[in-house]
Design a protein around this ligand. Structure first.
Ligand SMILES: [Zn+2]
Ligand SMILES: [Zn+2]
Length: 120
């Protein structure tokens, strides 16, 4: 074997980086957490330091990402973090405002969970 680029390792590394970046991009977009930055970080670290860079950036993302339950958008069926009022994927409202206390509630709620007012 001549020294040089180890293609099987390089291709595997890029494939893993691609899958990790794609997953992170989707997850970060749903959580409103710089999806492009994190996805690019995974690919760049894989290119710079090799495959060990992927779990480092991926682990950092899992530690730093906004925590909270993911809900399914009623418009586009993709997932978003519970505290957003607008879907980060399709930009449609996923909450409505209570007319009495002006807090937000799920689009399909019958009564306001904050003050008990009947929703319109
Ligand atoms: Zn949506
Ligand atoms: Zn209310």
């Amino acid at each position: 074997m001549k020294p040089g680029v180890n293609w099987p390792v390089t291709i595997t590394t890029l494939a893993v980086a691609g899958v990790a970046a794609w997953w992170t991009f989707r997850d970060a977009r749903g959580r409103d957490a710089n999806p492009l930055l994190w996805a690019a970080g995974i690919v760049i670290s894989a290119l710079m330091v090799g495959y060990v860079g992927i779990p480092i950036v991926f682990g950092a993302y899992l530690l730093l990402r906004p925590r909270g339950a993911l809900l399914v958008c009623p418009h586009c069926k993709r997932r978003y973090i519970y505290n957003l009022a607008f879907c980060p994927h399709c930009a449609k409202p996923v909450k409505k405002e209570c007319l009495r206390c002006h807090d937000t509630m799920p689009l399909d709620a019958d009564t306001c969970p904050h003050c008990g007012m009947k929703a319109l």
